[in-house]
Design a binder for this molecule. Structure first.
Ligand SMILES: Nc1nc2c(ncn2[C@@H]2O[C@H](COP(=O)(O)OP(=O)(O)OP(=O)(O)O)[C@@H](O)[C@H]2O)c(=O)[nH]1
Ligand SMILES: C[C@H](OP(=O)(O)O)C(=O)O
Length: 224
């Protein structure tokens, strides 16, 4: 009975997917050595659009917020069914995350899942796993293969300091533990692959080389 009630409560949680996105002119700068500006901007825009279509198609009932300094991206986000929050300047991912969390808190969402717009392959089951783990834990981190944070789920309200940057996955978990929050880490094979470097792009182009072979490589586990 307790379980059934808890499940019903979780099912009623309102969450927000928050997706930070730069102006494409400043995006994907690590690809500049191999792509001219036009191609680099197209890659950035294509990945952004792909992310929005994926969430609109597979998670139509979950609100999305795109945080961006770009009016062009904001307009495209709205056309693809998202809310858009326009930042006055490009102030970094930590600042964008803080803005998104404030927006969500003011609107009384129960949770926020911050996800970048540069994942090579989106897999709905991975996102479901992440959301489910976020229903059970205050803070959930899905690391990228280089130790970054490719998804961060927070139960709201939250005062966790954002630590995007090198090795941010461990840093987010450490900050959460230091505050006595419940934490989990999700190992999600596809979500761990953002497309940042020329090597990532080459792997992406080689029919899944460098990508996980099967989509069953996913699990979330509590961290103590
Ligand atoms: N709104 C906003 N989004 C950002 C900012 N910095 C990064 N992002 C977004 O956060 C996600 C991960 O970004 P990064 O991998 O750090 O940046 P990137 O533009 O994809 O690639 P690099 O320029 O090579 O670092 C992408 O969706 C970015 O567009 C920022 O200052 N503001
Ligand atoms: C989003 C980013 O992940 P990376 O690009 O380092 O994988 C970070 O955690 O700062």
């Amino acid at each position: 009975m307790v379980d059934a009630n808890a499940r019903r409560q979780r099912a009623g949680r309102r969450i927000l997917f928050a997706m930070p996105m730069k102006d494409v002119r400043l995006a994907k700068t690590r690809l500049a050595p191999i792509l001219d500006d036009d191609r680099r901007e197209r890659v950035a825009y294509h990945m952004f659009e792909d992310s929005q279509r994926f969430f609109a198609d597979r998670f139509p009932s979950v609100d999305r917020l795109v945080v961006t300094p770009s009016e062009r991206i904001a307009g495209a986000a709205r056309a693809l069914g998202a809310w858009a929050l326009v930042e006055p300047t490009t102030a970094g991912l930590n600042a964008a995350a803080r803005r998104a969390r404030l927006w969500a808190t003011e609107r009384r969402y129960d949770g926020i899942v911050i996800i970048p717009c540069d994942i090579a392959f989106w897999v709905a089951e991975e996102i479901e796993e992440l959301v489910e783990s976020g229903n059970e834990n205050d803070v959930v981190v899905a690391p990228s293969i280089d130790g970054g944070t490719n998804a961060l789920s927070l139960r709201l309200p939250s005062t966790l300091p954002f630590r995007y940057g090198p090795q941010s996955a461990d840093r987010h978990l450490a900050e959460a533990r230091a505050r006595g929050l419940t934490t989990a880490q999700c190992h999600l094979a596809f979500l761990s692959h953002d497309l940042d470097t020329p090597e990532d792009l080459a792997a992406f182009g080689r029919t899944n080389a460098g990508m996980p072979e099967a989509d069953h490589d996913r699990h979330c586990g509590a961290q103590h």
